[in-house]
Design a protein. Structure first.
Length: 170
């Protein structure tokens, strides 16, 4: 199992560098990812509705999700629309995570860590909110940044996966 983690970690790092060096292509691929997620969400929603015999609004949304996913694969360039939607989702995520960081730094971390490191979390939260707001008004700038951020995430996750077996042994 440890060898599998190391191999997957190496693949994640390679994929991360690939995303960082081709940020526009990575951005274009997020549309496909979003379409696949919506379709899978719909399929699992339908399965759960049938399994638990709940055919309410959740079932209707699941059917609509599957239909939207199928239509997105059939209509040419629909993934571009999904990629555009993804930009606004990422911008909203920046705002929400920034607000959470600001709240956490003021309400929790300041009391738990008396050294003043909570100020760093506060500053990073404010920066995240500003990036999110800026991204709502300049989504093209976020398109390139999104690919780089996904690449950094893959590299960080890959390194964690590679070193996880060594940490577990100690």
């Amino acid at each position: 199992m440890n060898v599998l983690f190391i191999i997957l970690g190496i693949l994640m790092v390679i994929g991360g560098f690939s995303c960082m060096f081709t940020p526009v292509l990575t951005f274009m691929s997020t549309g496909y990812f979003l379409i696949i997620m919506v379709t899978v969400y719909g399929v699992f929603g339908i399965i759960n509705a049938i399994r638990f015999k709940r055919f309410g609004i959740g079932f209707v949304f699941s059917i609509l999700s599957v239909l939207l996913g199928i239509a997105s694969f059939c209509v040419p360039n629909m993934f571009l629309l999904a990629s555009g939607v993804m930009l606004y989702i990422v911008a909203g995520w920046f705002v929400v995570m920034g607000i959470v960081d600001i709240y956490t730094s003021i309400a929790i971390t300041r009391k738990a860590i008396p050294t003043g490191l909570w100020i760093l979390q506060l500053i990073l939260g404010i920066i995240a909110v500003l990036i999110g707001i800026y991204s709502f008004f300049r989504p093209a700038a976020l398109a390139i940044t999104e690919g780089v951020l996904i690449g950094i995430f893959f590299i960080e996750t890959g390194l964690s996966m590679m070193f996880l077996p060594a940490i577990r042994r100690n």
